[in-house]
Design a protein around this ligand. Structure first.
Ligand code: ATP
Length: 582
């Protein structure tokens, strides 16, 4: 769905039927309110004024009871529809967020604080609930029932009707004045909450580093500062709410008082009205103002919710409009050897910063390509572009001659494996962590086979619970080499046509490196491979080497060719030969 119309109107358009239902309920509620007052006034008139026997008014009292029960039932129905509206709006917002964030490019995913995004997806969406469960039902009630009551009162006693008509606009006026301020404060509140959540998660994740650098106390103060700012923003909103309620109460009490005095004067001094209609009007007046007052209170919480909805909308905008995956897929890929063409790609993270430029380059099917170059020259960025995680600013990636669009990514991801230096291990069993390598279900035997091929069998044998050992956050830790092997096992299970690989530079002993190398050779046998290479072994055995410098491809060729013609390359190889000491 288009986001041009705004998230709120998008959400409201999904609620049309329920809004109609609420309007119907409100009309019925208006009839019940006036009916209840009429029956009550009639009962009082008969029992206390006309001194009728209880038996003669029994049917009247039963009717009154029935109307009261119906009113309660309709109110319940109103609340239920409101909750259903809130439920579906929250589901819609969360699924849009989930889609938006998972479809977002890597650059967007890395932008901003994770904790802030989590807070928007959880807290802001929850806060948006009252717009649908409170604000909308009260607003509909407030625009239907008071009109019914007013019409009824005008029929009974026009003067009271005029007083109600003259005083009623003060309530929406207060609502609007307070609401304008609430909207701004609600925006501030959610900014504070997102900042607080972001800093909190960031600090938790980096707790070890903070402690080691003796900065834990400083971070504690930062969290405290953020939390106090959030408290102040919340208290500011509550202050407005209390002032608003106080002002509304005064307006309501004054208005009821004026109508009551006017009725008393007409009844006692001018004798221009009888007890029955006067009492009926007196019963209806508080109903009228209470409804308007409830609308005022709901208006306040509605404005707070709008702030939350805007926060969700902003995050959705940042994530980029989620791609509608239906029928947009154009690329046709079959497993096997795939060629990749980089067609004059340029990319920058931000304007006026580092820029990657590839020129024209074809990676042939089954070719083993190594990317080398100084730190910061753009090797990982190039890998991210080829993987589809980053979208080029201009130029195209072509796979088997077909341009790779954002909509094709699901198909493309099915064909590739990207093994980074720090593979992510999810909280779960070792088995599940390997099994995510395939889109469809993999048999246990296939998972075991993949683990064995990746050299994980020895580790599994040492674990009490074997493949069912919980790893990742909160589970058993894994070493750098073990994580790499786990990532390789995922790839073995997937058997991709293209493998993108970011070799770890440090930390692996020769034995582990040997096991990994054997696994990698077996895995990459038939695939097209693009490796950010640090090991001399990989570089030497590559079919071609891309040498990158300042974001550009400085040269492309075989090891011997580059040694002969590119001094920077020769120097790099020399340093590697001397064990990295220069
Ligand atoms: N998310 C980002 N936002 C902005 N700039 C970035 C981002 N990621 C990387 N860069 C910058 O882009 C440039 C290339 O980074 P990249 O990680 O591709 O280099 P690299 O050659 O892989 O480096 P290394 O060998 O040290 O891993 C660097 O100047 C880096 O600071």
């Amino acid at each position: 769905m288009s986001r041009k119309a705004g998230l709120l109107s998008e959400l409201m358009s999904l609620q049309r039927k329920r809004m109609l239902l609420l309007t119907g309920f409100s009309v019925m509620l208006g009839a019940a309110v006036t009916g209840q007052a009429a029956l009550l006034a009639e009962s009082v008139q008969r029992i206390f004024v006309e001194r009728a026997s209880l038996a003669s008014v029994a049917s009247l009292l039963f009717a009154l009871l029935a109307v009261m029960a119906t009113r309660a039932l309709i109110s319940y129905g109103n609340g239920y529809v409101g909750l259903k509206m809130a439920e579906s709006a929250k589901t819609e917002m969360r699924s849009q967020l989930l889609r938006g964030l998972s479809d977002a490019s890597l650059a967007v995913a890395l932008d901003g604080q994770t904790g802030g995004k989590v807070s928007v997806a959880l807290d802001a969406v929850d806060e948006a609930e009252s717009y649908f469960s409170q604000y909308m039902p009260r607003m509909i009630e407030g625009s239907v029932i008071p009109l019914i009551i007013l019409g009824f009162v005008f029929g009974l006693h026009a003067n009271s009707g005029y007083i109600m008509l003259a005083s009623a606009p003060f309530i929406p006026l207060f609502m609007i004045l307070a609401g304008l301020n609430t909207k701004k404060r609600a925006d501030e509140k959610f900014d504070q909450l997102a900042q607080f959540s972001g800093t909190f998660l960031d600090s938790l994740q980096g707790l070890v580093s903070l402690k080691l650098f003796g900065k834990a106390a400083r971070q504690e103060r930062e969290i405290e500062r953020n939390s106090l700012a959030f408290r102040d923003a919340t208290m500011g909103i509550l202050q407005i709410a209390f002032t608003n309620t106080f002002m509304l109460e005064i307006v309501v009490m004054l208005s009821i008082g004026i109508v009551a005095i006017e009725l008393a004067l007409q009844l006692v001094i001018f004798n221009s009205i009888t007890f029955h209609p006067a009492f009926l009007v007196l019963l209806l007046v508080p109903e009228f103002y209470n409804l308007l007052k409830n609308t005022g209170t709901a208006f306040h919480s509605g404005r707070t919710s709008m702030g939350a909805i805007r926060k969700v909308e902003r995050l959705l905008k940042e994530a980029g409009n989620s791609v509608d995956e239906t029928n947009l897929t154009t690329i046709q890929l079959e497993s096997g050897k795939l060629s990749i063409e980089l067609n004059n790609i340029s990319f920058h993270y931000r304007p006026d910063s580092f820029e990657l430029q590839t020129g024209q380059l074809i990676l042939h099917p089954g070719e083993k390509i190594a990317i080398v170059g100084p730190s910061g020259s753009g090797k990982s960025t190039l890998l991210h572009i080829v993987s589809g995680l980053l979208q080029p600013s201009s130029g195209q990636v072509l796979v088997n001659g077909q341009p790779l669009n954002r909509t094709d990514l699901a198909i493309w991801f099915n064909q590739i494996s990207y093994i980074t230096q720090h593979p992510y291990i999810f909280a779960g069993t070792l088995y599940d962590n390997i099994a995510i390598g395939v889109k469809d279900h993999a048999s246990r035997a296939e998972v075991f086979q993949a683990a064995e091929a990746a050299g994980l069998a020895m580790l599994v044998a040492e674990l009490d619970q074997g493949y069912d050992t919980i790893v990742g956050e909160g589970g058993r830790g894994l070493s750098g080499g073990e994580k790499q092997r786990l990532a390789l096992a995922r790839a073995f299970l997937k058997r991709p046509s293209v493998i993108l690989f970011d070799e770890p530079t440090v930390g692996l002993d020769l034995h582990t490196e040997n096991i990994l190398q054997q696994s990698i050779t077996a895995l990459t046998k038939d695939a097209t491979v693009l490796t950010v290479a640090h090991r001399l072994y990989t570089i030497r055995h590559a079919d071609r080497i891309l040498f990158m410098e300042h974001g550009k491809l400085a040269d492309v060729g075989r090891h011997e060719e580059l040694l002969a013609r590119l001094p920077q390359y020769a120097e790099m190889v020399d340093i590697q030969h001397r064990g990295g000491l220069s």
